[in-house]
Design a protein around this ligand. Structure first.
Ligand SMILES: Cc1cc2nc3c(=O)[nH]c(=O)nc-3n(C[C@H](O)[C@H](O)[C@H](O)COP(=O)(O)OP(=O)(O)OC[C@H]3O[C@@H](n4cnc5c(N)ncnc54)[C@H](O)[C@@H]3O)c2cc1C
Length: 468
């Protein structure tokens, strides 16, 4: 008899939801997690700290109130790291407490240490600091070990002037100048937060553009806003080296340009943690980015071992990791499972925020799929005026053939919330007729759906009229 029916490695979103789902199905479940990492990267260094920091920045800088009270409006003049950290630490503490309580309530045993495979049913739980090395066995194992920031070998990180995205929440001061290397989601989110704090930010990105999976018009709007906050973009450029000096660093670009900054933050991808699990002992292997290959049921080539979350790669979001964890646990417990829904929203918590679901104009054009656009601007909505958001917009991409939604793209306040209206309509194969005919609360940002649907409808009607 095994010690556990289901053993989970890692307590991030994927591991938590896998463990709870298996426990709800009556299985004996254990979770292995390293000390001080309950809740995973998500709670301790990633999603939650960064989103709380963003909220603190918005509140303390008074940014979203400046349309009303003038450009000089600030809640606090000298914002310190302590101001920002207080809120972050508070939320992290509460979230860890919630997770611990959920695990306890579901009688899930939390084993402190690093899990390392001894064989395909046995995992060593190693805690060097306590001099402990024990073994546990399980019938089914779910790996949810996540990732760590990838660090280029040639760069000397010192956790002070040259840092990665984990280091940003431990900075001692708000830098006056910051170089962000890599314009991916994490890099741009932090670039926008520090720009809002008044830091002079330079973003260096090897590619010609950023966030190319997003709608081009919306990325142009974001770039305009960030430039307005004194962000400089260096596209098609790469950092060749970083010189460390007593009072800061100099990023030397391959083109020969030099950029001086208090801090250089690398945000250049992430490395899967599978390379530290002794996978070979279980007959498994990881790719060179530390990721594990799985099938559509999240099963590895060893059929009783599953892997979920960032450790299996794209899309590497907390939102999708949770659902993967639940589905893997159900499959492992022989419970009927449906495939993960194809339609997944993307949320990017820049200032202003972005969210979308479905396809972009470029994708549709590339695939030869005709579409009509329907646009609503927040400044034309009563709620937009009330909250002082004059730049926000919602764009619907509509099929002229059957009026179904092909994509929804939102920029501005509440984007990551209101996207779910579009997602629900798309998920139920709804048409814009529903959005035109339905009544929305007034004044809301949700009303933008009706305005945009009417806009698309009017454009399509115009074409029909000319053809009659
Ligand atoms: C700065 C930042 C911002 C982000 N913002 C968002 C966002 O806004 N929205 C969103 O959806 N996603 C966001 N993400 C991504 C999100 O954090 C991840 O997708 C999510 O945390 C992945 O969950 P996971 O379950 O795979 O594991 P993780 O959260 O990565 O946790 C894995 C856990 O496994 C543990 N572990 C590793 N190896 C072992 C071992 N051998 N034994 C025991 N335990 C082990 C680790 O200690 C860790 O606690 C962000 C990420 C970062 C870095």
């Amino acid at each position: 008899m095994y010690d556990f029916d289901v053993l989970v490695l890692g307590s991030g979103p994927g591991g938590q939801k896998a463990a709870i789902a298996a426990a709800k199905l009556g299985r004996r479940v254990g979770v292995i997690e390293r000390r001080h990492m309950v809740g995973g990267v998500c709670i301790n260094t990633g999603t939650i700290p960064s989103k709380t920091l963003r909220e603190a920045v918005l509140y303390l800088t008074g940014m979203s109130q400046r349309e009303m009270y003038g450009q000089s409006y600030r809640l606090k003049d000298d914002i310190t790291v302590a101001d920002l950290a207080a809120r972050t630490q508070h939320v992290i503490g509460r979230e860890i407490d919630v997770i611990r309580s959920q695990l306890a309530r579901n009688r899930i045993r939390l084993l402190t240490g690093t899990g390392v495979f001894a064989d395909e049913h046995t995992v060593r739980v190693v805690e060097d600091s306590a001099g402990r090395d024990t073994k546990v066995t399980a019938e089914k194992i779910i790996i949810a070990a996540g990732t760590r920031p990838a660090r280029p070998a040639a760069v000397e990180f010192d956790e002070r002037t040259i840092i990665d995205s984990d280091g940003i929440i431990n900075l001692e001061n708000i830098p006056q100048s910051l170089v962000v290397v890599g314009a991916g989601v994490i890099g741009i989110e932090y670039a926008s937060m520090f720009a809002a704090l008044g830091t002079k930010v330079t973003v260096v990105e090897r590619r010609e553009r950023m966030l190319e999976f997003c709608d081009l018009e919306i990325i142009e709007a974001l770039k305009y806003h960030l430039r307005d906050l004194a962000v400089t973009f260096r596209f098609s450029e790469a950092v060749a080296s970083v010189e460390r000096h007593p009072r800061g660093a100099i990023a030397v670009l391959e083109s020969g340009k030099r950029i001086a900054a208090d801090v250089v933050m690398y945000s250049a991808g992430r490395q899967g943690m599978a390379d530290q699990l002794s996978l070979e002992a279980a007959g498994l292997s990881a790719d060179n980015r530390g990721r594990i290959q799985v099938d559509e049921h999240f099963r590895t080539p060893v059929s009783h071992i599953y892997a979920v979350g960032d450790v299996i790669g794209f899309p590497a979001l907390a939102s999708t990791s949770m659902e993967q964890g639940r589905l893997a646990a159900h499959h492992a417990c022989d419970e009927p499972v449906r495939a993960m829904h194809q339609l997944q929203p993307i949320g990017i918590y820049t200032i202003p925020e972005i969210s979308f679901v479905g396809r972009t104009e470029e994708e549709l054009t590339g695939a030869g799929v005709p579409f009509e656009t329907g646009i609503a601007r927040y400044r034309e909505l009563a709620r937009g005026q009330i909250i002082g958001d004059s730049y926000g917009m919602l764009k619907l991409l509509v099929s002229p053939d059957d009026r179904t939604l092909l994509g929804v793209h939102v920029f501005g306040t509440g984007a990551t919330e209101i996207i779910h209206i579009g997602q629900a309509v798309m998920g139920c194969n709804g048409t814009i007729d529903y959005l035109v005919d339905t009544v929305f609360n007034y004044p809301t940002l949700a009303e933008s759906y009706k305005v945009a649907a009417l806009d698309a409808m009017n454009k399509m009607r115009h074409i029909d009229r000319l053809r009659d």
